[in-house]
Design a protein around this ligand. Sequence first.
Ligand code: ZN
Length: 107
Amino acid sequence: MQKTGWRCHVCGRRIILLENVDIDHIRPRVHGGQDDEGNYLASCKRCNALRGRLHHSEIKEALAFGKWALQEIHKQSVIGIQLANLYGKKWVTQQERIMQASKKGSP
Ligand SMILES: [Zn+2]
């Protein structure tokens, strides 16, 4: 916790409740990471779950891909529609609600 200043090392959010913190392996065990203090950083449970087994070098690529995928879905391009169908209608419905809510909130 001191290494990250009581913040999640992935999203930077301040960690207030210990029940919301995970001990994240900087180098995942599947990539040869060890179970020692030098390989641990604090992260919130959500970030750790989303990160899964991705290596740090893969996180930026996953974010860039996710950002591109969202843009394609929002444009409703052919690939965006395919991505949305593959990822799931529940998620699309959630995104539509978010977009409608943001339209209502805009001036
Ligand atoms: Zn986080």
